[in-house]
Design a protein around this ligand. Sequence first.
Ligand code: FAD
Ligand code: HEM
Length: 401
Amino acid sequence: MTTEQKALVTATVGTLRAHGVALTTHFYRRMFEHNPELKNVFNMGNQQNGKQQMALALAVLAYAENIEDPSVLVSAVTKIGHKHVSLDIRPEHYAIVGRHLIASIGEVLGEAATPALLDAWTVAYGELASLMSGLESGLYQKAVSQEGGWTGWRPFAVKQKVAESAEITSFYLHPADGGRVADFLPGQYVSVRLFLPELNLFQPRQYSLSSAPNGEYYRISVKKEAGSQHPNGMISNRLHDFVREGDIVELAAPAGDFTLETTKQTPVVLVSGGVGQTPLLSMLDYLTLTGSPRQVVWVHGSRNAQVHAFREPVADLAVGYENVQQHIFYDTLAPGLEAKNHYAGIVDLQQLNGGILLPEADYYVCGPAPFIRKQVQDLAALGVPREAIHFEEFGPATLSV
Ligand SMILES: Cc1cc2nc3c(=O)[nH]c(=O)nc-3n(C[C@H](O)[C@H](O)[C@H](O)COP(=O)(O)OP(=O)(O)OC[C@H]3O[C@@H](n4cnc5c(N)ncnc54)[C@H](O)[C@@H]3O)c2cc1C
Ligand code: HEM
């Protein structure tokens, strides 16, 4: 990019800050009108609730703000790359997105979109697209180079469905082709794709792998998302109510950068709210199965015992492994539970101060966005360094620290 082109992109920062979501909303509307086949690739739930428009607007803004040195965006771009790879996004898709993004800039900015500005954004987009598709190509190569690895969608049979609580059910997924499955890093997710007759579309969703790798199958644990003011969640309800043992679903290979650093020997604190426990459960399962001597603290918040999934297996690990401790928070406490590391209210790390401030510990946080925000703020207030705090949102990234 020339210096003038960089200056033109930087000059759009104010507009992007004020109207970024209007731009990305226009962009998606335009793209789905011209390329309706992409509705099978995007999460139509995130289009309805506006989260994806927000995530893309934040990404475009961050790129414009850092056009002089995009290398500061490496970790954000890596996270997006993992998501793209788990949705089988290919280099040829970038041309389609680029065409609609540049046209949308022109349509939304009107007369302010001079030919020079559109040229500058075309070059800027092209550079970002080649950086991202290069990174994604590396992830695809890595996926197929492992035993049991693959790219694209692979059919899996639901061998077993196990209710873990009133709302969460586990699915044991075995490759329908009888082959092996690739190992993964504890904390990674797979995308699951189902055909939804009511939309006449395929729809993908990400689900964290909820057990340690075993070479034979993947386990995911899905919360049935009941909409109160909104419609019920499309895929989670279909998985719970219609997908039976023996049915086939399609999976993309494991991806994701919210992972346990398995080479470390230092303590690990796993902090989850509700179904956000799934990636952390995989980490806990891995640490105990491999006989790791690392100190592990499991902190989990649930509304009550009925919706508290994996209550018994985790309690058994806390009893069976002296280096594993657990702290459980419920909205209200049944009498007698206080003595057994159970607390009333939402997860409050300040209450556990002594129990979780361990030398050189890494902190992994997962749950709803407001939960993550609170835990990350509390950890920072307790003096935990930023680089020791890791978190994952169960949807397009909207939080930054
Ligand atoms: C990395 C990652 C890992 C994940 N791991 C897990 C996991 O281990 N377990 C798990 O259960 N989930 C997990 N998720 C979440 C999962 O991918 C799905 O988002 C979830 O199952 C909901 O999908 P759905 O199709 O049922 O709901 P959708 O149909 O996608 O709807 C999503 C939400 O939006 C609401 N909604 C619908 N229409 C509107 C509207 N018009 N306006 C506003 N809101 C609306 C719905 O009620 C619902 O609550 C993960 C997500 C990510 C990104
Ligand atoms: C430079 C170009 C691109 C940028 C900056 C970009 C940015 C993003 C961002 C920020 C997210 C959210 C990631 C998260 O989950 O936190 C995302 C997700 C996604 N992107 Fe891209 N993307 C680009 C190109 C593409 C292309 C070419 C496609 C293919 C059509 C694509 C398809 C998707 C899909 C399907 C998702 C998941 C959407 C969802 O879960 O709702 N993206 N992208």
